[in-house]
Design a protein around this ligand. Structure first.
Ligand SMILES: [Mn+2]
Length: 512
């Protein structure tokens, strides 16, 4: 993040380009970026291509905050002392009109679309809205965020995340909370309540007429429309008696936007969207509400012969009929699968990173991973596992299950930690552990010798425990300590952390 300022300030002027037909997130990101560059003492102008007739809420936003944007056409050109900054899109992407230049910066939250030699790029597809990224740049450079800018950024995030129900990370959630201390709530209501036009009613009505029911599931194809509308329609469908899963999809220039609802006993909207988009797009969300995207390019490579509607129906129906529920304490995995399917395994010796909370803090802490929150007391230690997985452990238990290692060795934790990493935070202090500084953490070795029964799962299974429901995918392992204590282990983590007990062959002595 440090060098964005240096890169931009090498140029006399920056042109901030949104994707064509910009939406609230694109405009919010561009406006925030303009303010950022002006805070550096630079000059910036927002440009866009496409239609000049906006949704009423976009028009209201532009007018209310007097956001200046220049409409460009294919003749638009920039000179060598000017830089092009693309927000909420990428250079040479199908929805970003081409401006010929070698001096390009991209700040975006879509999947990386081709290789380009950017002067600077920040492309983070897991983030819910580009406005989240821009907010964090403003914060990083200490720019004052006034109420107007906070409101516009907030509105961008709100719209892009389907009212905070779709794909979001901890960074989006933190940004939302911070903006809520600064924004103008009334203005948000005003913008939110002008999100539909009268014509949208027709789209809404057609979507209802075209809905198809498969038992407890409803599917509906909605004509190209504002993202907002999809959320409204799927919420309405989920109120129908006897329906617990809703899948609504709508074409976009490069794919399909998805809105999913689930009030099923154990299938969450999030897992449905993740399964549906696993090879063809992206998706995320929560228990009941989720959003996603199917990319046309990816889809056509794999399933060009299958209409998207058929693909969506088949995939959702297959998923809902296949997933089995095992309730700990009630279902016996040995009877469900057969005793002979299990093997005895024990924990391998694995090196992990850990921190002693008292080395950094004098009070209790909250640990944030991208997936969620964990809390720990100042006496605890924290083990950093694989895939940003992290768990607090009492010092007593730590002493039983791990030994501290003094010399530097390769740790499993190091391989998986990424740029986002984890954040440990108290009311007064913040510690961020990423791949940059993970080698400053301590090292420990597992010495746990517990033997459990393990079975590789050939299907998706959900295990309901006292702590909640855990979803296993095909290939993961079901580990059984006893009938009141069984759990799921990811395939890769299993292979790295467990090993089978060696069978002792009684060769030569098996004579009658
Ligand atoms: Mn966006």
């Amino acid at each position: 993040m440090n060098d964005l300022k240096n890169v931009v300030m090498n140029y006399r002027k920056a042109f901030i380009q949104t994707h064509n037909n910009p939406d609230a997130d694109a405009i919010a990101s561009a406006w925030g970026m303009k303010k950022l560059i002006e805070s550096f003492g630079g000059e910036a102008e927002i440009i866009y291509a496409g239609s000049t007739s906006f949704k009423p809420n976009i028009t209201n936003m532009i007018n209310k905050y007097r956001i200046q944007m220049r409409l460009i056409d294919s003749t638009f050109a920039i000179s060598n002392d000017e830089v092009l900054i693309i927000v909420d899109g990428q250079y040479r992407a199908g929805n970003v009109s081409l401006v010929n230049t070698d001096h390009v910066i991209a700040i975006d939250h879509h999947l990386e679309d081709g290789v380009w030699n950017y002067l600077y790029k920040d492309i983070q597809p897991r983030i819910g809205a580009c406005a989240t990224l821009v907010f964090n740049y403003l914060k990083h450079y200490g720019v004052m965020i006034d109420q107007d800018l906070a409101t516009v950024l907030y509105f961008g995030i709100l719209v892009d995340t389907d009212m905070f129900t779709g794909q979001m990370t901890m960074i989006d959630r933190d940004t939302r909370r911070e903006l809520e201390t600064l924004y103008d709530q009334k203005a948000i209501d005003y913008l939110r309540l002008s999100s539909l036009s009268f014509d949208d009613l027709k789209i809404y009505a057609n979507g209802i007429l075209k809905a198809e029911r498969y038992d407890n599931i409803i599917f509906s194809l909605i004509e190209e429309c504002d993202d907002n509308l999809l959320g409204h329609i799927s919420d309405l469908f989920s109120e129908i008696y006897g329906i617990d899963i809703v899948v609504v999809y709508s074409p976009r220039w490069d794919g399909y936007k998805l809105s999913i609802r689930s009030y099923h006993d154990y299938l969450t909207a999030e897992e449905l969207v993740k399964d549906l988009t696993s090879t063809v797009g992206t998706g995320g969300g929560h228990q009941n509400k989720a959003g996603g995207y199917i990319f046309k390019e990816k889809y056509d490579k794999l399933f060009s012969q299958v209409p998207v509607g058929t693909f969506i129906r088949k995939k959702i129906v297959a998923y809902t009929s296949k997933v089995k529920l095992l309730t700990v304490g009630k279902d016996n995995p040995f009877t469900v699968y057969g005793r002979d399917k299990f093997i005895k395994v024990k924990k391998k010796q694995v090196y992990f990173r850990y921190i002693k909370i008292s080395d950094y803090f004098t009070e209790d802490v909250t640990i944030k991973t991208l997936e969620g929150l964990v809390t720990a007391t100042v006496e605890d230690r924290v083990i950093i596992g694989a895939h940003n997985e992290i768990y607090p452990i009492s010092t007593d238990l730590f002493a039983k299950k791990y030994i501290e290692i003094k010399e530097e060795v390769a740790c499993l934790s190091d391989r998986y930690i990424d740029d986002y990493g984890i954040t440990v935070q108290s009311d007064h202090k913040l510690l961020r552990i990423t791949k940059e500084n993970i080698n400053e953490c301590g090292i420990c070795l597992t010495v746990d010798q517990t033997i459990v029964d393990a079975m590789r799962l050939e299907e998706r299974v959900k295990v309901r425990t006292h702590w909640g429901d855990f979803l296993a995918k095909k290939g993961d392992y079901l580990l059984v300590n006893d009938l009141n204590d069984y759990y799921i282990c990811d395939e890769e983590i299993f292979n790295q952390t467990y090993e089978p007990l060696i069978r002792v062959e009684l060769s030569g002595k098996n004579t009658p």
